[in-house]
Design a protein around this ligand. Structure first.
Ligand code: SF4
Ligand SMILES: [Zn+2]
Length: 558
């Protein structure tokens, strides 16, 4: 088994969250590692424990029994200087790295999920619209390794043996089963999170193999519900009683059983059936089985690495591995089996645990951080976009001056009944300016002068119907025409106003002496935003002609 030097040599930067430990059971003398590499094992089993830090092996070593981790620690080769040379370790990239010996720049799996700019939505690292799930009636897309850019250990094994080797992978999580399996795997199996039933996808096969169907049909997941998980002292750690999830629906197998050692047992039970019924280790060439054990990660995210539950989990897994290795010994023979153990990533101490030791730590409010980042990005790259929906008057608008003016304007108009709905007002004006629509405010806001609440000369507000018309014709168009002409004749401020085209005396009604300074500043700010927005929309149009965004504004082209 060869790993790229990139993944196995000492790293310049030691990242405590990403310690990898690889342990081989040598088929000959423990010190003669060369002979181990020359051997031809019948079966290679790579066990990945999701979120299992390298130091756990030493932390719990004294408490491990015989035959589990100790089998590997005492009789294997322990590579303690293996690290992921990147900080943001995650499940999907970690599994892809372990089995391809490349980093994300090489294997293409940069995260568990990412933004797909073509689909304009988040996608997971393995979801694949061209496949369907197998083993469950579900309309959701299936999954495959289609995003992988590098081949894997299993792929190379298949190539080297002209397909004679069989390659399988198992995990509770789809990504942790699919990425280790690579392209050429005979099958990758993972569970339906709700029921715990084992499933795969049409990428691999049209139906579950008979033995897997029988496994599901026997409801083997059922026995792990409604059980108490206790530590060695008999203290209750948690129960797998049925309960409601955060959204009020029944929590599924993945969430309830998945965070206990019962789920590791469940995974290893399935792996045993796979070894037996697929006759792994009994073929013409070396077979490969990858098992990614997810429960440590599911629990670790809930309680952190230093909780009593995590230590109980490690000790329970020790016994479960001992049982599994014992099974492999009987089924295949340990002398014919290579076992490698590693992890896709580690985990840091909880902030509260670190703080107790006076180590600087802080809880991160991800939602707040996202808002701050979005505001900063918006201010830098497309400030006007934030004004497209004017209710989003967030910190980080185009410039402090515009922000102050808009805030003043909003405050003023929120308290002024002349503008019934300020948000709509700003939106309409912005859309009009951006879309090159040059209708007057009267038209944009569809105000009928005969029904328009207005400011009287005494600075009080008059209700509709109580004013004297400057014209006998009260139709909107005639009224505006007449009113604005009269303002110009009176040499009102409107004569030199740069906004007269769009305003047409709107704010002077019915008091020609009204000071429009604030209104003009507001218009300037909105126009600046509209210009920026126009540029941004044009840029998007060029990048993606089908962009729906171009439809903003009454005068915009379709
Ligand atoms: S903003 Fe004021 S000065 Fe300018 S056109 Fe409108 S009412 Fe006249
Ligand atoms: Zn993980």
């Amino acid at each position: 088994m060869r790993f790229s030097p990139r993944a196995t040599t000492a790293c310049r930067r030691f990242l405590p969250l990403a310690v990898i430990v690889l342990i081989f059971i040598l088929t000959s003398a423990p010190t003669a590692s060369a002979s181990a590499y020359n051997a031809h094992p019948k079966l290679v089993v790579v066990i990945i424990i999701d979120q299992f830090r390298g130091d756990y092996l030493e932390r719990y070593r004294d408490q491990f029994g015989e035959g589990g981790f100790r089998l590997l620690l005492d009789h294997g080769a322990n590579f303690t200087d293996c690290n992921y040379d990147y900080a943001n370790t995650r499940t999907a990239p970690g599994h892809a790295t372990l089995f391809s010996a490349a980093y994300s720049s090489g294997h293409g799996i940069v995260a568990n999920e990412w933004w797909d700019s073509k689909k304009k939505k988040m996608v997971t690292s393995v979801e694949d619209d061209n496949t369907k799930l197998v083993g469950i009636a579900d309309d959701k897309a299936g999954a495959s390794p289609h995003n992988l850019l590098a081949d894997t250990l299993g792929d190379e094994l298949k190539l080297a043996t002209q397909g004679k080797s069989r390659v399988f992978s198992v995990s509770l999580k789809d990504r942790a089963a699919i990425l280790p399996g690579g392209f050429a795997a005979d099958a990758a199996f993972w569970i339906d999170p709700k029921s715990g039933a084992w499933i795969t996808s049409t990428y691999y096969r049209p139906n579950l193999p008979k033995w897997a169907q029988d496994f599901n049909a026997a409801n083997r997941a059922t026995k792990y519900w409604d059980r108490d998980w206790k530590n060695a002292n008999g203290d209750l750690l948690r129960s797998t009683a049925h309960r409601k999830g955060k959204d009020g629906s029944d929590a599924g197998f993945y969430d309830v059983v998945g965070s206990t050692p019962f789920a590791n047992e469940y995974e290893l039970e399935f792996a045993k059936e796979l070894v037996i019924y697929e006759n792994l280790g009994a073929g013409q060439a070396t077979d490969l089985l990858a098992i990614s054990l997810s429960p440590n990660d599911i629990l670790g995210h809930q309680v952190g690495p230093d909780s009593p539950e995590m230590s109980a989990m490690a000790l329970a897994l020790d016994r479960e591995l001992a049982d599994f290795f014992n099974f492999l010994g009987h089924q295949v023979g340990l002398a014919n089996t290579w076992i490698a153990l590693s992890a896709d990533h580690g985990v840091s101490a909880l902030p509260d645990a670190a703080k107790k030791l006076r180590i600087p730590a802080a809880n991160l409010d991800a939602g707040k951080l996202e808002t701050q980042i979005n505001s900063a990005l918006t201010a830098k790259f497309s400030p006007a976009i934030a004004l497209r929906l004017p209710v989003r008057l967030l910190p980080g608008q185009p410039s402090p001056e515009v922000l102050i003016e808009l805030t003043e304007a909003v405050n003023f108009y929120l308290r002024d009944p002349m503008v019934e709905t300020p948000v709509e007002f700003f939106h309409s004006v912005l859309a009009s300016m951006c879309g090159a629509g040059d209708g007057s405010l009267w038209l944009i806001l569809e105000e009928d002068p005969a029904l328009f609440l207005h400011r009287g000369v005494d600075d009080g507000f008059k209700l509709p119907g109580g004013f004297t018309s400057p014209s006998s014709d009260l139709s909107s168009t005639k009224f505006v025409e007449t009113w604005f002409r009269r303002l110009l004749e009176q040499k009102a401020e409107c004569v030199t106003c740069p906004w007269q085209q769009i305003c047409q005396g709107y704010f002077k009604w019915p008091d020609p002496a009204y000071d429009c300074g604030g209104v003009k500043r507001l218009f300037s700010a909105i126009k600046a935003a509209a210009d920026e927005m126009g540029l941004e929309l044009a840029r998007r149009d060029r990048a993606d002609p089908s962009a729906e965004l171009a439809k903003v504004g009454p005068g915009a082209s379709p």
